[in-house]
Design a protein around this ligand. Structure first.
Ligand code: FMN
Length: 331
């Protein structure tokens, strides 16, 4: 029986979360990251409207394996009633461990309709959504926010307090504004201020690129948990490194080329089994191939070759040829 994410957040262990990421934090990658020590995983953001319309594609984002638990499903939308209905449906049909509300997504399509970070301009609406969702489900309701909409509307503590007030049980802060998108650096002082101000557990997010960054974030902010997004791209082993750093143990080195390639093939097999259509799965897998091979000597040529493959066998051949050629060279 996996531990509840809430026990994990309060027993002092500082759980590591794989961040919700559209097109990245899918079931195969979530399982891979769990195997490297991610304590909790979250689905990508899923449209409340799509859920209640029973849109097939939308529902495909809600599927997960039991071994991924504890898992949160993240939903977005701007209509409290629709959000509540979608949350209840997700709980009943998919039974995740908790439900997370996205108030952070900067994508125009979402924010302009007031979903995601668009809501950050209207805190009354944020509260209405949280109350409606919390009232509709028995599993915990958590929220993920940014520091604000823009530099002028940057008030993370106020937003966080309003979320807590409305019934959010855990809050994740990505300490950037919507207008920053992913530029600049995340302001960890803001995470520290929110940790100080709130009674509920706060998960810190933003700019954990290496295992040591997790320890630095924890020390800087006192956050109850740490969420990693881009730092996991092409290096799911970051979770093992972060855990070691948090515990003050020596941080394990990055895997060598051969080990890295074994991980790629394992990940690709999971993706193909999940997708069922090998060619489609391998085309979608190209982004991971790009990330995994970043920084390898002569990696550009390898990447070009890998971006043309349509089967795992082809990818394995390219990787084997590369490994023979570059044997003994550290990644
Ligand atoms: C490709 C990509 C997709 C993302 N999709 C989502 C999403 O669906 N929901 C969400 O709350 N945040 C999403 N994010 C934001 C991340 O969860 C995270 O807050 C942000 O990347 C900052 O963390 P990092 O510095 O560790 O990357 C996404 C980020 C990336 C890079």
């Amino acid at each position: 029986m996996p531990q509840s994410p809430f026990d994990l957040l309060t027993d002092g262990r500082v759980p590591l979360y794989l961040a919700p990421q559209a097109g990245v934090s899918e079931s195969p990658f979530r399982r891979l990251c769990r195997s490297f020590g991610a304590d909790v995983v979250v689905s990508e953001f899923v449209s409340a409207e799509g859920i209640r319309r029973h849109d097939r594609r939308t529902h495909s984002y809600l599927r997960f394996h039991d071994e991924e638990r504890p898992i949160g499903i993240q939903i977005f939308g701007s209509d409290p009633e629709a959000m509540a209905e979608a949350a209840a449906l997700v709980e009943e049909v998919y039974a995740p461990d908790y439900l997370d509300i996205n108030f952070g997504c900067p994508v125009k399509k979402v924010a302009s309709k007031n979903g995601g970070s668009g809501c950050l301009k209207d805190l009354d609406m944020v509260q209405r959504i949280i109350r409606a969702v919390r009232g509709a489900i028995a599993i915990p309701t958590t929220v993920k926010i940014r520091s604000g909409w823009s530099e002028e509307l940057r008030h993370p503590v106020e937003i966080a307090l309003r979320c807590q007030d409305a019934g959010a049980q855990v809050l994740t802060l990505h300490a950037r504004t919507r207008t920053q998108m992913y530029s600049g650096t995340a302001d960890w002082d803001e995470i520290a201020a929110v940790v100080q101000a709130l009674d509920i557990p706060v998960i810190g997010n933003g700019d954990v690129w290496r295992g040591e960054d997790a320890r630095a974030m924890r020390e800087h902010t006192g956050c109850a948990g740490i969420m990693i997004a881009r730092g996991s791209h092409g290096q799911p082993w970051i979770f093992a490194q972060a855990r070691a750093a948090l515990e003050g143990r020596p941080v394990p080195p990055d895997p060598d080329v051969e080990e890295r390639f074994r991980i790629i093939v394992h990940h690709a097999r999971l993706a193909i089994a999940w997708e069922r259509d090998e060619e489609k799965a391998m085309i979608e897998f190209r982004k991971h191939l790009g990330w995994y091979t970043k920084g390898l000597p002569n990696g550009r040529v390898l990447r070009q070759e890998l971006f043309a493959v349509t089967s795992l066998r082809e990818a394995e051949e390219k990787l084997e040829r590369y490994a023979e050629e570059w044997q003994g060279v550290a990644a």
